[in-house]
Design a protein around this ligand. Structure first.
Ligand SMILES: Nc1ncnc2c1ncn2[C@@H]1O[C@H](COP(=O)(O)OP(=O)(O)O)[C@@H](O)[C@H]1O
Ligand SMILES: [Mg+2]
Length: 236
């Protein structure tokens, strides 16, 4: 079904130190719907709750209250084992600091999520090579992260995110540690994945310029969505 809501957050509240003297409410009732195939960005100052929200969308963390339906599945009713499976199958993560496994080749890094998904060695190696080719890193597949530049590491991380054909890519400041030229290359890769594979992308960035290239920009301030508009530089 085209344009179905794939991420559906309803009145999400996130508190830390619940019930303690220092209880903190970080997200104050977030309503957010993302449709299949959308390329959305979330912008906001440092500390506004972007990563907290991304962790909830990626089910790396649970909301304190509120509802979350992901591809029709009620996440609040799923247990931890089900949640790990859903995360592995549906979501590819890209982080600012790459989060690659040290002393492990690019190829093995890309294979890892497919291994967790139970794919055979032969199938996952073939797929990992294909994905490294897609991000133009096949010649470096035997290199370990410390032998790669920031932009190269991020391309490996993007290949890793694609292993299980996720419906969604969640990227938290993926260009934050890169110079602007390398960041540009990573952004171009997201556009390509969006257009050619129809992947839904949620990009967290504090670059307004990059956000303008996405279809929809959501602005977060102090844990509340204060605005939503179309990107002015989104090119179909
Ligand atoms: N695990 C945590 N425990 C306590 N406070 C946290 C935790 N994670 C985030 N916070 C707080 O939540 C606020 C929002 O953080 P974050 O979501 O990382 O913001 P952003 O990604 O927009 O910079 C910050 O004040 C941060 O200190
Ligand atoms: Mg953050």
């Amino acid at each position: 079904m085209e344009n179905e809501v794939i991420i559906d957050l309803n009145q999400i509240v996130k508190k830390f130190y619940v019930g303690k003297e220092n209880e903190l409410e970080i997200l104050h009732g977030i309503d957010l719907k993302v449709r299949r195939g959308e390329f959305v960005s979330i912008v906001g100052a440092s500390g506004s709750g972007k990563s907290t929200l991304m962790n909830i969308i990626g089910i790396l963390d649970r909301p304190t209250s509120g509802g979350y339906i992901l591809e029709g599945v009620d996440i609040c009713k799923a247990n931890d084992k089900e949640v790990s499976h859903i995360r592995n199958q549906k979501i590819g993560f890209v982080f600012q600091t790459y989060n690659l496994i040290a002393r492990t080749s690019a190829l093995k890094n890309v294979e890892l999520p497919m291994m967790y998904a139970g794919m055979s060695k032969r199938a996952r190696t073939a797929k990992a090579k294909e994905l490294l080719k897609l991000v133009d890193m096949e010649e470096r597949m035997d290199h370990t992260p410390d032998e790669l530049s920031g932009g190269q590491k991020q391309r490996v991380a993007i290949a890793r995110a694609l292993g299980n054909d996720p419906a969604i890519i969640l990227a938290d400041e993926p260009t934050g540690a890169l110079d602007s030229k390398t960041g540009r290359m990573v952004m171009d890769l997201f556009h390509k994945l969006h257009k050619e594979k129809g992947i839904t992308i949620v990009l967290i960035t504090h670059s307004n310029e990059l956000a303008e290239e996405t279809q929809r920009i959501i602005t977060l301030k102090d844990g509340t969505i204060i605005g939503e508009r179309e990107g002015s530089a989104y090119a179909v």
